[in-house]
Design a binder for this molecule. Structure first.
Ligand SMILES: [Zn+2]
Length: 305
């Protein structure tokens, strides 16, 4: 390779990449600062809760990806004098920088996946359970228990709570009776019923209409039923011949709980074989028991028609 051409290229590279490091870092930092500002501008704790639960992990992940890229670029500006000796060094540096960048991104992603959710959950709990203030008189409101709140929820809302697709919090100002209902995502997913509008449409049964053969796809009929208005919806899906496991995930049958009025909280921790841990809190045994009956790994992910 032409020596002069290489040195020229090296100098240009050094100049441009040095600037890019700051550009990329700057975008990452600004992106996160905008998120924090947006968070602090949310008026109610509920709005902060919604923003943090939806965006925070994504914002952190994109921020760390940008840091990984900046790190990769930064490593590509080091050892300038050595680079001048031979262009082979340039490729060695490029390779090492890539390893460092990928390693950083990988570790950040692992931390966000396995360690960070617990921190976020703590934060979200604080946002959700900090006593609400009555806007009319500034009184501190009280959160009703699951048993007390039913009187304030209509039947459709109760049906949603019974299938754990939505969780309603009812806050009351005991002095004036003013109530405030907040809607949260439940532990399990259910589809929105197109007749009554509640999130109470669940997979009732699956039936194989036609088995898949070596050469042809089969057919599976899924029957959904709304637990509130009893609407039944059927949908046929193609059963491709290689990837089908109809065993339907792990259903918990054993019921380790017995009635005890002294129990104030029931925690259920479910560990998946992939190493993920999901924790669920319940106020009473009936709820926990119903949850176990409803539980299915497939319901943890959003179902789609
Ligand atoms: Zn319905």
């Amino acid at each position: 390779m032409n020596e002069e051409l290489y040195l020229d290229f090296l100098a240009k590279w050094q100049e441009i990449v040095s600037i890019l490091v700051f550009v990329v870092l700057g975008i990452g930092v600004l992106n996160y600062i905008f998120y924090r500002i947006n968070f602090s501008l949310q008026k109610t704790l509920k709005e902060k809760f919604d923003l943090a639960s939806e965006k925070e992990t994504k914002k952190l992940l994109s921020g760390h990806i940008l840091i990984a890229i900046a790190l990769f670029l930064f490593c590509n500006t080091l050892e300038y004098e050595t680079m001048k000796l031979d262009f082979v060094w340039f490729f060695i540096r490029l390779f090492v920088a890539m390893c460092i960048g990928v390693l950083y991104g990988y570790i950040a992603q692992l931390i966000l996946k396995f360690y960070y959710p617990r921190i976020l959950e703590k934060k979200l709990k604080k946002l959700r359970f900090t006593p609400r203030i009555n806007p009319e008189n500034g009184n501190k409101m009280k959160l009703l228990s699951e048993a007390e709140e039913d009187a304030y929820l209509d039947e459709g809302m109760q049906a949603e709570e019974n299938v754990f697709s939505v969780d309603y919090d009812v806050w009351i100002d005991e002095a004036t009776g003013y109530t405030k209902i907040e809607k949260y995502k439940g532990h399990l997913s259910a589809l929105e019923c197109d007749r009554c509008g509640f999130q109470t449409l669940r997979l009732e049964k699956e039936e194989i209409i036609r088995e898949a053969t070596e050469t042809e796809d089969g057919e599976l009929e899924k029957e959904y039923k709304c637990s509130y208005c009893n609407r039944i919806k059927r949908k046929t899906v193609v059963l491709s011949h290689k990837i089908r496991d109809t065993s339907g995930g792990g259903r918990l049958i054993d019921d380790p709980l017995t009635h005890d009025a002294r129990i104030s909280i029931v925690k259920i921790e479910i560990h998946s074989s992939k190493g993920e841990v999901r924790e669920f809190d319940f106020q009473n045994l009936d709820q926990a028991r119903n949850f176990l009956n409803e539980f299915d790994f497939e319901k943890l992910e959003e179902e789609s028609y």
